[in-house]
Design a protein. Structure first.
Lengths: 239, 239
DNA sequence: AAACGTTTGTGCACGTTTTCACAAAGCCAG
DNA sequence: CTGGCTTTGTGAAAACGTGCACAAACGTTT
């Protein structure tokens, strides 16, 4: 049967964890671990073992009862499911502080997302080389995208320019966008959008800090209202 | 009554959205908008209006029926609830590519998280200045943290050094950590951890891309198995 | 002061995600 | 080849998050 691909739809929450498993499994394979149980993998990923098993079960029944999972095979299966069997070059819009940092950050290329192009609207930046790639003008984005068959774009402009950048990316034929600005962007139906807002992550931490501070002095103050602030939370992956 | 603070516990999903509302409300206030309805705010934030109202209801009943919310007052309330009434200086561990980029990125300081210190284990980096702050040695982290009363640490080291960095941060007295490495770190109970893995976000997008690709050619192939791949998803905020 | 249009705050139903718990399945020893 | 130990895969329950729908509350107009 040719029908091995695209089985049942994988829940979004699981999709967000598969990359974490993938990374851990890769590391384990490197150091010679050939087999791993859901319990061990869960420990390393910082999650519940049952969750690991259910997540992996969406890929198919690739474990062996009483034994565990073959690390190498599992790596292959996750890569296949996530579409990581080949590289996905990305185009970065914005060659400012953040754009340069992303271009120079090896973590992208190392994990299958080489920088296939950088564009900026500012002529004074065009022509310079960051991360080994020459900056081109925003007007040339379509050529850049098509020449290397790029389908993922990264927005690293100032917030005010984010929507324009998104529009340019869509017009150039990109179908997935990772937005590093704090601005919410609108895109046509059918385009996937991911968002990373560095300040938001810090603000969430600030909330927990402030809560801790209140709780500390609260043990006395709160006794009046009868409220009691419980233990502490933990936060996991990016999402 | 003195008991105005720390009412019922706010759901994590709501905490993750409050910074988005905060940013939008700030912008609206800047351009002279004094009042806003849940409908308008929802539109700008790209979410459902009922969700906005429910989120805001955790802060208290600060809206006026038939009118909407007072923008300035709402900004104040969200800032208070998130603990953003004062700055939270952060210490960055790792002055490499990523650490330098973060230190130079204005988005941190602008939103209340000034870089209070940068440390690195590599002597050759110590003494250089990035983002206006002089890099100090990892051994001095405790002095850096205590001198400026820092409670938030940012890990921007290579993945292999992440756990050491976390240990150093905890030992220095930091109680919240934002981890930019792909490595899962273990911390004592009571320490909050946030994680941003740039590659994971791209891998999630790759999954959607690959799914789209399969669906495109699948219309013929899948007719055999009777499977049909539905429309398309959308992804929102960071976490 | 009543009638009207608007918008909040929230009960309820629904969908998704997590966790529990255990039968089925494999390996190994004797 | 039987019995015991281990670990998977998955139903079912619980917890959580989302969106609808509507009563209650407010301002305005007559």
């Amino acid at each position: 049967m040719a029908a091995q691909r695209s089985r049942r739809r994988i829940p979004e929450a699981t999709v967000a964890r598969l990359p974490v498993y993938l990374r851990i499994l890769g590391e384990q394979f490197e150091i010679g671990v050939a087999n791993i149980s859901s319990e061990e993998l869960a420990e390393l990923a910082g999650v519940n073992a049952a969750k690991v098993r259910k997540d992996l079960s969406y890929l198919g029944s690739y474990g062996t009862r009483g034994v565990g999972y073959d690390v190498e095979f599992l790596v292959y299966q996750i890569r296949r499911e996530l579409g990581l069997t080949h590289d996905w070059p990305v185009v970065i819009v914005g060659a400012g502080n953040l754009g340069q940092a992303l271009a120079g950050y090896n973590g992208f290329g190392d994990r299958g997302f080489p920088v296939g192009g950088i564009v900026d609207i500012d002529d004074s930046k065009v022509g310079s080389v960051v991360g080994g790639v020459r900056v081109r003008h925003l007007d040339e984005i379509k050529q850049v995208v098509q020449a290397r068959n790029i389908s993922i774009g990264v927005i690293a402009t100032p917030g005010a320019a984010a929507q324009d950048a998104a529009d340019s990316l869509v017009a150039a034929g990109v179908t997935s966008i990772l937005n590093f600005t704090p601005t919410v962007i609108n895109v046509p139906h059918g385009i996937s959008v991911g968002k990373v807002d560095l300040a938001v992550e810090l603000q969430i931490l600030a909330y927990h800090e402030q809560r801790r501070a209140n709780a500390a002095q609260g043990s006395v103050m709160q006794s009046l209202s009868g409220l009691l602030i419980p233990g502490e939370s933990r936060r996991g992956a990016s999402a």
